[in-house]
Ligand binder design. Structure first.
Ligand code: SF4
Length: 551
């Protein structure tokens, strides 16, 4: 079908309104305002900055623990403490070791888990607030629009085509059909978050990858309202040990918020050996530990969510500038996997991108050569200092927890170098071992009070999609699922998806893959962890997905 698309032109197009994208927009608008006020030429306008957000509103898809290091926010909004929705300052940082029935608090909290000066926040609320500041500058924020395809030009990019709206399941136009817009820009900023679908395409097509492939963790979170006095606001604990086995990398968090709410979650590296391991079930099992059970007793779940995070750091960072394009935030590997913090780095990367773009617009030159100033700015900032110091950290744990501790200890003594530098990593899906005829494990059911099955949790994520639209989870060859994968790996998609999207169903005596895309919480795990790399996540119709209100 040949499609007539409406064309719009902007100076700058930012794809994704998370902390990185919004910081980029706000900082750039502020720079433009100062530039114009000084009478300098050429005159620029914040109205020529467009921001696209696929969620139903700003913040709807924002999920994190979340502890905020306010370093970048302080630079961006110097008086942020007056109006930012900072739930509570961190008052206590604990490191706990869990055995199945007991726990032990380390007498000294290791430096990466000390959080003095940081805040426990709701990322959903923080980005909504930032979005409000951005809107006031005149920047155009478009919610319910996703970037479906990049427009490739020169040796880089020149904008995006947004998703078509109003197509039915078979891709046929319905009455409300509206073709996606062709949005062209002098600079396009990819701020899509972890495993961005456009970023993935750009990195592969232009060969922008670094020496290591990106590594990922899957974080699964619930927000609970608990009985008064169960958790102090500002209490922050990270847990190690049970139920995460020593050949896996992962741990839990407990963050006390105001209003008797607590954020709890478990994050597991997507590089485990058992293809039928179920991260959602592991999280539910973790909640049955006596520490969690006591805390949650008499309380109720408020929200559920899941999201992947990029662990790969410095040596997995793609080249982040091309002709007409920059990559920021989680899409660009700006996350400190040792401290499990990325919000401040995402924001700072967005701000450095803004400074680069501003200089490029003034010079009238948006080539890769001009935009490479972004990389220089990163190298001169605290981003490099923080990420270089942990450049080999996550790779150390790819062969088990104990070896990881040994390497990580040496790295701390040698400024990140350790025994091997650079330490290479493998893609997580390569770690799967074949099931060799082992029967499928029983699925976790939950008791409906403390623990839940995946569908109950999806209900608590506020997820919705129009069911009559093309499936946004593209499996290149479903025969692989029904023939090869079923015997080799036992269809891991049924286990790693934290939203029960994939199931192997029996139909007319045949086993086939059934996909329930309406449940998808946009965590991207399937795009990352499929053993044959044949699942591609693409943007569904804008406005679909979870609603992480208050998360
Ligand atoms: Fe995550 Fe994929 Fe499941 Fe969606 S379908 S929730 S992206 S694993």
């Amino acid at each position: 079908m040949s499609v007539q698309r409406e064309q719009l032109e902007a100076d700058v197009l930012i794809v994704g309104a998370g902390p990185a994208g919004l910081s980029c927009a706000l900082h750039l608008a502020n720079l433009i305002q100062k530039h114009n006020a000084s009478g300098a030429k050429p005159e620029l306008s914040a109205e020529n900055i467009y921001v696209l957000e696929k969620g139903r509103e700003i913040g709807a898809h924002q999920l994190s623990g979340a502890i905020l290091n306010p370093a970048a926010l302080r630079e961006l909004v110097p008086d942020f403490e007056k109006s930012a929705p900072l739930d509570t300052p961190v008052t206590d940082s604990a490191s706990l070791f869990f055995s199945k029935s007991d726990s032990f608090r380390f007498p000294i909290t290791p430096p990466p888990f000390q959080n003095k000066g940081n805040y426990v926040v709701s990322l959903n609320k923080l980005t909504k607030w930032l979005g409000g500041l951005v809107e006031k500058t005149g920047v155009n924020l478009f919610t319910q629009f996703g970037g479906a395809q990049l427009i490739y030009e020169r040796e880089g990019i020149a904008g995006v085509i947004t998703e078509d709206k109003g197509l039915d399941k078979n891709g046929k136009p319905k009455d409300n059909y509206t073709p996606g817009y062709e949005l062209r820009a002098k600079v396009t900023v990819l701020a899509e978050g972890t495993r961005g679908s456009l970023t993935k395409d750009l990195v592969a097509r232009k060969n922008l990858g670094n020496i290591n492939p990106q590594s990922y963790g899957l974080g699964i979170k619930e927000l609970w309202e608990v009985q008064p006095g169960k958790v102090a606001p500002g209490y922050v604990a990270h847990t190690m040990g049970w139920p995460v086995s020593t050949d896996m990398y992962g741990g839990g968090w407990i963050y006390g918020l105001t209003g008797n709410r607590v954020s709890i979650g478990l994050v597991i590296a997507l590089e485990y050996a058992d293809p039928q391991f179920d991260p959602h079930a592991a999280f539910q099992t973790w909640k049955t530990h006596p520490v969690l059970k006591r805390m949650l007793d008499g309380g109720k779940i408020v929200r559920y969510g899941a999201k992947t995070l990029p662990y790969g750091g410095w040596y997995a960072m793609p080249r982040n500038y091309v002709d007409g394009g920059l990559i920021v935030g989680d899409s660009g590997s700006f996350l400190d996997s040792q401290r499990l913090k990325g919000i401040h780095l995402a924001m700072k990367s967005g701000m450095l991108a803004a400074e680069t773009i501003f200089e490029a617009l003034v010079a009238g030159d948006t080539s890769a050569a001009k935009l490479s100033a972004y990389k220089q700015k990163i190298d001169q900032s605290y981003i490099r200092k923080e990420l270089r110091a942990v450049r080999n950290f996550h790779q150390s744990f790819q062969h088990g927890f104990l070896g990881g501790f040994f390497h990580a200890g040496l790295q701390m003594l040698t400024g990140g170098r350790g025994l091997i530098d650079p330490m290479r990593a493998h893609a997580g899906h390569e770690a799967y071992r074949k099931i060799n005829g082992r029967p499928a494990p029983e699925r976790f059911q939950g008791d409906g009070k403390l623990t839940f099955d995946r569908l109950t949790d999806v209900y608590h994520s506020g997820t919705r999609h129009d069911e009559d639209q093309p499936c946004h989870l593209r499996v290149a060859d479903t025969n692989v699922c029904a023939t090869k994968c079923v015997t080799e790996y036992g269809n891991p998609c049924q286990y790693f998806c934290p939203a029960a999207v994939y199931e192997m169903a029996q139909e007319k005596g045949e086993t086939r893959l059934k996909i329930n895309p309406a449940n998808c919480v946009h965590c991207k795990t399937c795009d990352i962890a499929d053993p044959y790399q044949i699942i591609t996540w693409v943007v569904p119709e804008g406005g679909g997905g979870p609603n992480y209100e208050g998360m």
